[in-house]
Design a protein around this ligand. Structure first.
Ligand SMILES: [Zn+2]
Length: 249
């Protein structure tokens, strides 16, 4: 079984933000323990007194909320990069998935629905590719239950219907599950990835994205695991735009 841990970033309703992001990490069942323990080890370096109490959340780490306020900004940036880099120590097949939607590009469509559908179909394509290679695994999506966009929760409830409509139900084992981010560091990793994408696309800061920019699902030099849906004819250096030669929309 492959599990895709997901979290979102960016506000759909705020007119001050242009992007909505849904992204995460796809792990084979045996890799879950490894990523959790790598992030546990990092937490023990950062906060040896009580590593279990330390959660990795991008929007806490970079601005310096809670515990993170006690650390200098450069150190917080370093820990955020190091936390993302833990995935690089995974062995075997794993991949990142992310959908970056410029809200104006899909209006009046719901950007959450658009992102969720795209993510499901990209995850499904990954599983079907493995199937063709003789690796018959099914997939399951796991989301942070405290996601700000509650629309994601209702979409998960409707998933059986919409999943059939999108044709992805054969490879996905069940409706998406919701877990507490405190309970699994894999969801915290998805939070960090969504934050890294938000920093790049919303704020033009690619320091964190660059740590993992080549880890999105790809085949034959084409990136399938990342989608950048943009509104304007603007140059973009992200792996999705570059590998499609779609510098101009
Ligand atoms: Zn792009």
């Amino acid at each position: 079984m492959y599990l895709l841990y997901l979290d979102d970033a960016g506000s759909v309703t705020s007119s001050r933000e242009d992007h909505f992001i849904l992204s995460g990490i796809c792990l084979f069942e045996r890799q879950i323990h490894f990523l959790n323990s790598e992030l546990d080890k990092l937490a023990a370096q950062i906060y040896p007194e009580n590593p279990r109490a330390l959660e990795f959340h991008g929007s806490h780490m970079l601005p310096g909320k809670g515990f993170w306020r006690s650390l200098p900004k450069e150190e917080r940036r370093k820990w955020l990069r190091n936390a993302l880099a833990t995935a690089r120590r995974l062995r075997g097949t794993w991949a990142l998935f992310g959908v970056v939607v410029e809200k104006a590009a899909v209006s009046p469509e719901d950007p959450i629905e658009y992102a969720f559908e795209q993510l499901c179909s990209r995850f499904d394509r990954f599983l079907k590719r493995l199937y063709r290679q003789g690796n018959k695994q099914r997939g399951l999506m796991i989301l942070d239950k405290s996601t700000r966009e509650t629309r994601l929760q209702s979409m998960a409830v409707e998933f059986k219907d919409v999943g059939h409509r999108w044709g992805v139900m054969h490879s996905i084992a069940d409706v998406p599950m919701f877990v507490d981010s405190a309970a699994t560091r894999c969801i915290q990793f998805a939070d960090l990835l969504s934050y890294a994408l938000w920093r790049k696309f919303e704020r033009g800061d690619d320091e964190f994205f660059n740590v993992v920019d080549d880890a999105f699902d790809q085949e034959g030099g084409i990136v399938h695991g990342l989608l950048h849906r943009k509104a304007a004819d603007s140059y973009c250096d992200c792996p999705y735009c570059v590998t499609r030669g779609a510098r101009l929309l």
